[in-house]
Design a protein. Structure first.
Length: 222
């Protein structure tokens, strides 16, 4: 029994669904591994991109799209607006700004999100090749949504897992599967995330991005 099947069993997924679940989860492995190795080059490549990219740019040119994080090359904290019934991300500020919350400590304040250091940090150091993650993801169009989130075909394990709660959570929507496992390690939390981001899908995107994170560690929450 491989690791994923063991996790499915531990989460309580019925044995008759294991084949479907494994096929969906494992289909994310090859594209996600390609993204992983590509992401290792991002800090070097983005040294040149961040130095040469025009300050007014909102996205990368098509030939560099592999290194696009699919959120915004100018950070992930800009405001949203409802325009013509659709949520649209507002352009990041051009001026230098002092951010007023703790999540920006690693975001090189007080610089503009469009300046060199924030772009290199956000796209080079933190890059997960999100454009490819979506390109190789799975559409979730023909399913029901409630309160902005997909109505799941099934969910097993502990829905409350996180940095403080260890366990396994498995979800399926429209035949697309996701498995998340958290465990204690070195005083912090190790997170494994396999398959497609069903739990993060929403009515705006109606899409589950591809993921295969066998190792992600965060220290003790302060």
């Amino acid at each position: 029994m491989n690791k994923l099947q063991t996790y499915l069993t531990e989460a309580g997924v019925p044995a008759e669904l294991h084949a479907q679940a494994l096929a969906s989860l494992q289909s994310a492995r090859k594209p996600a591994m390609f993204r992983f190795w590509l992401g290792l080059t991002a800090p070097i490549v983005w040294l040149f991109i961040a130095a040469l990219l025009p300050r007014k740019a909102e996205q990368l040119p098509r030939w560099l799209r592999w290194y696009d994080n699919n959120i915004s090359i100018n950070g992930d904290r800009s405001d949203w607006a409802l325009i013509d019934g659709r949520h649209v991300r507002m352009p990041a500020p051009n001026e230098d700004v002092v951010h007023d919350d703790g999540q920006h400590v690693s975001y090189w304040p007080p610089y503009s999100p469009r300046s060199f250091l924030p772009r290199w940090n956000f796209n080079g150091i933190r890059n997960r090749c999100g454009w490819l993650a979506k390109k190789w993801g799975m559409p979730l169009e023909n399913i029901a949504y409630r309160n902005g989130l997909p109505v799941l075909d099934g969910e097993w394990g502990n829905p409350d897992i996180g940095r403080q709660v260890m366990g396994i959570r498995v979800a399926c929507a429209g035949g697309v599967w996701q498995l998340v496992r958290t465990s204690k390690l070195w005083g912090g939390t190790k997170t494994e995330n396999y398959g497609f981001e069903v739990l993060n899908a929403n009515t705006i995107d109606r899409f589950a991005t591809c993921t295969w994170t066998a190792w992600s560690w965060k220290g003790p929450k302060k």
